[in-house]
Design a protein around this ligand. Structure first.
Ligand SMILES: NC(=O)c1ccc[n+]([C@@H]2O[C@H](COP(=O)([O-])OP(=O)(O)OC[C@H]3O[C@@H](n4cnc5c(N)ncnc54)[C@H](OP(=O)(O)O)[C@@H]3O)[C@@H](O)[C@H]2O)c1
Length: 228
């Protein structure tokens, strides 16, 4: 367990803002990264709601260094932003946060899979849409679309039995998400540019179907035959 006093003297501690971090996916990612020593800001449309989630997560970790803010303030105060808003709000949220995100890395977790049908989404990928809205001043990465929220909050010190595919326009940008993936106990591969990320959004739709069919919540993916 990491206490706030344990990390206060570290020379460089990245702050990660999780925008829309009050739902299913955001809190699990927050717990894993906070447990690895990152500073976390939970973002929400409402500051009170963000702070309530931050308080819950701090209580789980026995820490005090997860904060809650409005999405815009969270983005401004972070080095890396992670987008976990509900898929139907993706575009609107990005348009509202365009200024606050300039100069940052944005890891987009969105899979445009809309319930209850969970149909396979069509291109462009959510990450490509994000890059188009935000412009060249933001480096967009797609990652974590195939990580079930329920698994993230399980034993935080244990690696997860799944792989993460990371998409970005260059390896340096992808590396930022790969590092966070490693820190959260997830094995990641750099799988190509932002347009290819539509494939993992489609896999999310397939995992939803598999989970329904086989009565699971834990469907995920693993890559074989590739040595890193
Ligand atoms: N759940 C999973 O297992 C999972 C797995 C992989 C990928 N994903 C992807 O991760 C993303 C988030 O999934 P989720 O299950 O965490 O979603 P969620 O719980 O339904 O919603 C996440 C947050 O989105 C915000 N939100 C809702 N409506 C909004 C609106 N109109 N405008 C702005 N913000 C709004 C809410 O935050 P506030 O009300 O606090 O603003 C909410 O807490 C999705 O794109 C999903 O495809 C999810």
């Amino acid at each position: 367990m990491v206490q706030s006093e344990d990390i206060i003297d570290e020379p460089i501690i990245l702050t990660i803002a999780i925008l829309g971090g009050t739902g299913n996916q955001g809190p699990g990612l927050a717990l894993r990264w906070a447990n690895a020593g990152y500073r976390i800001i939970i973002g929400s449309r409402q500051e009170k709601r963000a702070q309530a989630t931050a308080d819950e997560l701090n209580e789980k970790l026995g820490s005090t260094f997860i904060r809650g803010m409005r999405n815009e303030d969270a983005a401004k105060n972070a080095n890396i932003c992670v987008l976990t808003v509900v898929a139907t709000a993706h575009q609107e949220v990005l348009e509202n946060l365009k200024d606050a995100l300039q100069g940052k890395i944005l890891i987009d977790v969105t899979a445009k899979v809309v319930f209850p049908n969970a149909d396979v989404p069509s291109p462009p990928s959510a990450a490509r849409v994000a890059q188009n809205i935000l412009g060249d001043g933001v480096r967009v990465v797609a990652a974590f679309q195939n990580v079930p929220s329920h698994m993230l909050a399980l034993d935080l010190d244990e690696p997860l039995d799944l792989d993460v595919l990371v998409f970005a326009e260059n390896a340096e940008t992808a590396n930022e998400a790969m590092m966070l993936s490693d820190a959260g106990g997830m094995n990641a591969y750099y799988a190509g540019g932002l347009d290819k990320a539509i494939v993992v959004e489609g896999i999310t739709a397939v995992l939803v179907e598999l989970n329904r069919r086989y009565g699971s919540k834990d469907g995920a993916i693993k890559i074989t035959g590739i040595e890193k």
